[in-house]
Design a protein around this ligand. Structure first.
Ligand SMILES: CC(C)(COP(=O)(O)OP(=O)(O)OC[C@H]1O[C@@H](n2cnc3c(N)ncnc32)[C@H](O)[C@@H]1OP(=O)(O)O)[C@@H](O)C(=O)NCCC(=O)NCCS
Length: 187
């Protein structure tokens, strides 16, 4: 479990969940309408939902090799939880998802978090492909993936149903990194 460790970047901390995270993360991210627009889930309705998610993904899963888990992304200066970096291992493939509070968008923070996370994921010898999909209209996410050195492998038509857009499935780009050498920040 070389990946399930706390990571520090210039401005951020990627860590497991701590007591008191749920209400702040709910306000900042998991309960926010705008942050969920391009996600496969609706905004959390209450703090209890976020609490349960943190317990499962950001505490229990940290002790289980190969289980899907998530880092909490917090600010380095005051350790405010502002987002999540989700990791779903599946054999040699690892899927990622990410997001932070709208208050912090546009400062290159998710790319900074992503660089640290992807470097950590590549430390696992089993990993041969790190990948994700993003909605064709999610320009911010696409830019983050490009900054990380991921390659767009094409478009998956009618791939994701995003609750914010109703039942009609949406087109998505597939982005992947298949070599640690191609990734920004990975030696
Ligand atoms: C998408 C997201 C992760 C981007 O993170 P970020 O830290 O704000 O990203 P950056 O600051 O590196 O900005 C990304 C780039 O996209 C641009 N951008 C951001 N939102 C944009 C928008 N709505 N339209 C056009 N460009 C946009 C920024 O100007 C920036 O461009 P640049 O790198 O050329 O300067 C963030 O908006 C977020 O958390 N969204 C909610 C969750 C989400 O959608 N996650 C992705 C699911 S696939």
């Amino acid at each position: 479990m070389k990946d399930r460790v706390e990571l520090l970047t210039e401005r951020l901390r990627l860590r497991r969940a701590r007591q008191g995270d749920a209400p702040v993360l709910f306000r900042n991210y998991t309960g926010a309408q705008n942050c969920s627009r391009f996600l496969q889930r609706r905004p959390h309705k209450d703090v209890a939902h976020t609490e349960a998610m943190l317990e499962k993904w950001c505490i229990s899963a940290w002790n289980q090799a190969d289980a899907p888990f998530s880092w909490v992304i917090s600010t380095l200066d005051d350790d405010e939880p502002i987002g999540l970096f989700v990791v779903i291992p599946d054999g040699h493939k690892t899927e990622i998802h990410f997001g932070i509070s709208e208050r912090f968008w546009g400062r290159g923070l998710v790319a900074e978090a992503g660089q640290a996370a992807v470097s950590a994921l590549w430390r696992s010898p089993d990993v041969q492909r790190i990948w994700t999909v993003c909605d064709v209209e999610n320009t911010g996410s696409r830019r983050v993936l490009e900054k990380l050195g991921f390659r767009c492998e094409g478009t998956l038509h009618k791939w994701l149903v995003l609750p914010a857009f109703g039942n009609l499935a949406r087109d998505c780009y597939v982005f992947a990194s298949t070599s640690r050498r191609g990734v920004a920040g990975v030696e």
